[in-house]
Design a protein around this ligand. Structure first.
Ligand code: ADP
Length: 204
């Protein structure tokens, strides 16, 4: 079982080390405002596709970016975690901490994770300064995701081969006040990415 260290549990003899170069200093060199663009939605909703398209556009515009994607993180940093509720919570907590470190380095972080629990996403939001967490709800219906079933996961979940599958045997809690909602049934991935670029220009 994983032991999750809460802030209150940090041993008293571990203190913060002073750093002469601050996150603000690092950001100034990049000439950009570091933010976390956090995609949430069902499996197959379009998070990875739009996130990838968005990074391509930002990169082409001269921005320093980093893409964190669900499956990739589970191959490395979070390879010890499964899909039980406790492991999903820890999965998002670690990703949130990594995303925060990357914003401290001055990067625009693009994170694409199902992140089904509202409380976990709020936890990441609270790790960051106000305005730095941009929640993007990729609002694709379960019916449409299941029809796409690009990885064949929904049919396996329906057959009971994959337990704890979001939307089928595990809940998905849609955001209540996301900064951006994308409707992939009416807009292409490219148009969705443009919506986010416009938001960044107007609001960040
Ligand atoms: P997720 O990362 O949310 O699991 P993926 O991006 O891996 O989803 O897969 C989404 C699938 O839906 C891809 O095959 C993509 O081509 C398709 N798709 C169809 N329309 C859209 C759209 N408007 N935006 C994003 N993906 C779309």
């Amino acid at each position: 079982m994983n032991t999750i260290l809460m802030n209150d549990d940090i041993p008293a003899n571990i203190q913060r080390q002073h750093e002469d170069v601050s996150p603000v200093d690092r950001a100034r060199l990049t000439g950009q405002t570091p933010v976390v663009i956090w995609f949430t939605g069902l499996s197959g909703a379009g998070k990875s596709t739009i996130a990838n398209c968005l990074e391509r556009k930002l990169h082409a515009g001269g921005h320093h970016t980093m893409l964190l994607d669900g499956d990739n993180v589970r191959h490395g940093l979070n390879r010890d975690l499964g899909f039980t509720e406790q492991d999903r919570v820890e999965n998002i907590r670690r990703i949130g901490e990594v995303a925060k470190l990357m914003t401290d380095a001055g990067l625009i972080v693009i994170a694409a994770f199902i992140s089904p629990f509202r409380g976990d996403r709020e936890l990441v939001r609270r790790l960051l300064a106000p305005g730095m967490f941009i929640e993007v709800f990729v609002n694709t219906s379960l019916d449409e995701c299941e029809r796409r079933d690009i990885k064949g996961l929904y049919s396996k979940a329906r057959a009971g081969i994959i337990p704890h599958f979001t939307g089928i045997s595990s809940p998905y809690e849609a955001p209540e006040r996301p900064e951006i909602v994308l409707e992939t049934s009416v807009a292409t991935a490219d148009e969705c990415a443009d919506t986010i670029v416009r938001y960044l220009h107007q609001s960040v």
